[in-house]
Ligand binder design. Structure first.
Ligand code: CTP
Ligand code: MG
Length: 181
């Protein structure tokens, strides 16, 4: 597969994982997942990880995957490359996994003494990628292995941090996020 095809596949296949955390920023709030519980003097996760944000993000990412599947033939024509479709469990795996990766990162941040909203360079940009790929692998193994080939995974790992910085910077400038990461 040539470079353009790899990059197009990487972006297309990861869209259901890119959207959930941004939807959570807009739709989040309410009861925190950890219910206020602490561990070693710090919150388990913190007020930034809520049931509503997690549910809304997961639902949005899964719905997007279904919509993308309907658009795959047209999009493939436009980029001149056969893009992947998403089985329901593949889309759900990417969306839920993205949320779980971000939640896992909050757990790590709290254990390392970082307050809610503190930056953790590297982890902030890739937590949801690792979560999404692992969860897709568990829920839709054959689809995940066929879609996320080594070149595609490399493209995802290179492109995602850049996209993440840009979209979070925009959300910050729009006043949707308190910090630009
Ligand atoms: N959010 C949510 N539920 C999630 C993830 C995010 O409700 N599972 C919402 C919260 O309102 C959160 C905002 O989106 O404050 C921004 O998300 P994020 O930057 O991931 O959280 P932080 O507040 O920075 O908290 P943390 O330091 O734990 O990442
Ligand atoms: Mg944050």
């Amino acid at each position: 597969m040539e470079l353009l095809g790899v990059v197009a596949t990487a972006l297309w296949a990861m869209l259901p994982a890119y959207v959930p955390n941004n939807v959570a920023v807009v739709a989040g709030g309410g009861r925190p997942i950890d219910g206020g519980r602490t561990m070693g003097g710090s919150r388990l996760l913190g007020d930034g990880k809520t049931w509503r944000g997690t549910a809304a993000g997961t639902a949005a990412g899964t719905a997007l995957a279904l919509a993308l599947t309907a658009l795959t033939p047209a999009a493939s024509d436009i980029v001149g490359h056969t893009l992947p479709t998403f089985p329901v469990l593949g889309g759900l795996g990417l969306a839920l996994g993205a949320m779980l990766g971000d939640i896992g990162a909050s757990f790590v941040k709290r254990r390392s003494g970082r307050e809610r909203g503190a930056a953790f360079p590297g982890l902030d940009q890739l937590d949801f990628v690792v979560g999404a790929l692992l969860c897709a692998l568990v829920l839709a193994p054959s689809w995940a292995l066929q879609t996320f080939t080594l070149p595609v995974v490399i493209a995802v790992v290179v492109i995602t941090p850049l996209l993440h910085l840009v979209t979070n910077g925009i959300a910050y400038l729009l006043g949707l996020k308190n910090e630009p990461w």
